[in-house]
Design a protein around this ligand. Structure first.
Ligand code: MSP
Length: 679
């Protein structure tokens, strides 16, 4: 039977990612949540759902205000610039979201104000005005403590700021019982299970009321009827899940809102679970609106043992990976390597290894072999009967069919519970089985053994191609690029994502595949070269203008060696531009060579209040022992960058002498203590 495409009346499925803080550009850790959601959205569509999939940018709050101030621009300009970067990245990553909310939009302000008005009407005691005094983390938008004593933020570790002002409060304490009832009635409201337990214990310990407005901040949505207050950024942000599908057009929302609400899954990272699993359902209970069905909190992507985060400087960016290895490689690595729900480690090396092993050598090679043999032996035309076995190779044929059935079963079960690594494993079990099938049946040797080698080869290659068809359908949500190419090269009807997962099976009957030519779907890469290209592009993102050919990029760190041309008149900078570069006197404490990097020295330099590690491209001009005690000029506010796996946290200024650009370090003739400002 031909496999059905999706055609029945569709049930709805509403899926959200958190909206991202628009104070900086996204990194691989941030992209993780969205990539995962995209895989779910694509899978659910293949299961016949009408999917609304929403993401966006969180554009209010004090951290945005401060980031804009630092850059000397208005908050509106900063968020406008950054939301574009998010949209462009989602496009590059092939994200199929159906909506993008910006919290600075008019529709969103209307939605937030409508929600609070409705709440005050339906639950008159839920919101009240009172004095707030406590500590608040501006980086994580988190109330850290409700007392004024100094304390560090539990999420980022930085000192929390003192806040004292009159606020609107939400009476969260009144919702303890109802929340516990919710968790009791719906034990899978929060997943994974161990997170549900954490949330339950938190609520059982007693809930304090939360402040949901701000008086000191201007950059936010005004409180209806009391514009001196703006909404607390989390009340504002959570409501975006409703704005995205048309809430705010009246208290009951638009027809779209009534169709999609409540959300089926709010996908989030583990650090924001309390807002989603405690505050958000309580806000909705007070507003008498339906609650989301599930909150799934995934783990963190760690880079060098810590949560990948820009403020810690340990970030990898998605764009260079996509440029060097392709979009599928990043998606596949993130889903395959981490057990979903747990923390996972990001390693560029492991990613390239995975790419070469599973995509290039595994799936890519299987496709190329079958296509090449079909072209060579059969003029590109394979015709075969699916229910029939293969003469002389009955057990190989039966094993392949069983492997396909087993893989489909494991894949579906795993995708339903969002166990992506096991789903990927199921797909690759079938890839291996198909490769093994070719080894056993040896279509290249059939001419010697069969009376009618063409028919026998057609049957063998048809079986392998049929396994590839099943692999393509299953892998599509994770590998949308490669699977679309597979579909095309086998000239299969429609598009790979028209398929309905429910009816995916080995099939029966006579089949004909006409294959086209295929260049490699996933070309193998040289590990070292791929690594260096990614690293060079990442450094360029961190320090725009630092782009150098890969070889130079790993050996620089002091001022560029090339003699600089005089700047053109229009490229002159203002004194404010110059003031952005922080220069300080440093004293070299130690210096050493770096194995495998001829030009690079690892220099520990005292800059007054700390000793920094700086990698400087001066090894050909200076012996490490001659540098100790020398006074140098250090650029101290450069974003950290990685070279040869080591972090460089600043730059030493050097002149560049002669045609070969020999570096000559800037230094001081007079006595001067480390840390003094250079301006
Ligand atoms: N703006 C809030 C969410 C409001 S939702 C109503 C926020 N934004 S965020 O930009 O900090 O994070 C967005 C998403 O990216 C979160 O799910 C967060 O967990 C995820 N990640 C950011 N860094 C991450 C890792 N290093 N690893 C995995 N996910 C991480 O929170």
């Amino acid at each position: 039977m031909e496999q059905s495409t999706i055609s029945h009346a569709k049930p709805k499925f509403y899926l959200t990612t958190p909206i991202y803080y628009a104070n900086s550009r996204p990194h691989v850790g941030s992209a993780y949540t969205t990539i995962v959601c995209d895989v779910i959205a694509r899978y659910k569509r293949m299961c016949g759902y009408d999917v609304a999939f929403v993401t966006g940018t969180d554009e209010h709050g004090v951290n945005i205000e401060r980031a804009a101030e630092k850059q000397g621009i208005a908050p509106a300009e900063l968020v406008d610039r950054n939301q574009k970067i998010f949209r462009e990245l989602w496009k590059l990553l092939g994200i199929t979201h159906t909506g993008f909310v910006r919290t600075t939009s008019n529709e969103h302000a209307r939605a937030v104000q409508t929600l609070v008005r409705r709440t005050m009407k339906r639950s008159p005691n839920a919101i009240y005005k009172a004095k707030y005094e406590g500590r608040y983390c501006i980086y994580d938008n988190l109330y850290v403590s409700d007392t004024p004593e100094p304390v560090n933020c539990p999420t980022c570790g930085r000192p929390a700021e003192l806040i004292s002002e009159e606020n609107y409060f939400f009476r969260l304490s009144a919702y303890q019982e109802r929340l516990l009832e919710l968790y009791g009635d719906q034990p899978d409201f929060v997943q994974p299970d161990f997170r549900m337990n954490e949330v339950r214990s938190f609520v059982e310990a007693g809930l304090k009321d939360v402040s949901i407005s701000r008086k000191t901040i201007k950059w936010g949505i005004p409180w209806p009827g009391d514009p001196e207050h703006v909404f607390y950024v989390w009340y504002d942000a959570l409501t975006s899940y409703m704005t995205a599908i048309g809430y705010g057009e009246g208290e009951e929302g638009s027809a779209e809102f009534r169709k999609y609400w409540p959300a089926d899954v709010h996908m989030i990272g583990k650090e924001i679970i309390r807002f989603h699993a405690v505050y958000w359902p309580a806000f909705l209970m007070a507003a008498e609106l339906p609650l989301p069905k599930k909150i799934f909190a995934h783990g963190w992507l760690l880079f060098e043992q810590e949560k990948m985060s820009k403020s810690k400087g340990n970030v990898a960016y998605p764009e260079p990976i996509v440029k060097v290895l392709g979009n599928d490689a990043l998606r596949y690595y993130l889903l395959r390597e981490t057990v979903f729900g747990q923390d996972g480690n990001f390693s560029r090396e492991a990613m390239i290894t995975r790419y070469n092993a599973d995509l290039a050598n595994g799936l890519g090679n299987l496709v190329s072999r079958v296509v090449a043999m079909a072209n060579d032996y059969l003029g590109g035309k394979i015709s075969f009967r699916l229910e029939q076995g293969i003469e002389g190779s009955q057990s190989a044929a039966a094993s392949l069919r069983d492997a396909a059935d087993g893989a489909i079963k494991q894949y579906k079960q795993s995708m339903e519970i969002l166990d992506f690594s096991r789903a990927a494993e199921a797909i690759w079990n079938l890839v291996s089985a198909a490769n093994q099938f070719l080894v056993l049946t040896q279509p290249w040797a059939l001419a010697r053994e069969q009376a009618n080698p063409e028919t026998a080869r057609s049957q063998v290659l048809g079986f392998a191609a049929n396994a590839i068809r099943i692999v393509a359908v299953m892998a599509y949500p994770m590998l949308p690029g490669g699977t679309a190419k597979i579909w095309e090269v086998f000239r299969l009807p429609g598009k790979v994502d028209d398929r309905w997962i429910e009816t995916l099976n080995w099939q029966t009957g006579e089949r004909r595949f006409e294959v086209g030519n295929v260049e490699s779907i996933y070309p193998r890469v040289d590990k070292k070269e791929a690594w260096e290209r990614i690293e060079a592009m990442e450094n360029e993102i961190r320090n725009p203008g630092s782009a150098q050919p890969p070889a130079a990029a790993t050996t620089s760190g002091a001022a560029s060696a090339a003699p600089a041309a005089a700047p053109a008149a229009e490229s002159k900078i203002t004194i404010e531009d110059f003031a952005k570069v922080e220069l300080r006197v440093g004293v070299v404490k130690s210096a050493e060579r770096i194995q495998g990097a001829d030009r690079l020295l690892k220099v520990m330099v005292d800059i007054g209040d700390e000793v920094r590690q700086v990698l400087a491209g001066i090894a050909l001009a200076y012996a490490p022992e001659d540098l100790v005690g020398r006074k140098v000029v250090v650029v101290t506010n450069l974003a950290p960058r990685k070279m040869r796996g080591l972090e460089s946290n600043g730059m030493l200024l050097a002149a560049s002498a002669g045609a070969d650009g020999k570096p000559v370090l800037c230094t001081f003739a007079e006595d001067i203590p480390p840390g003094a400002k250079v301006k």
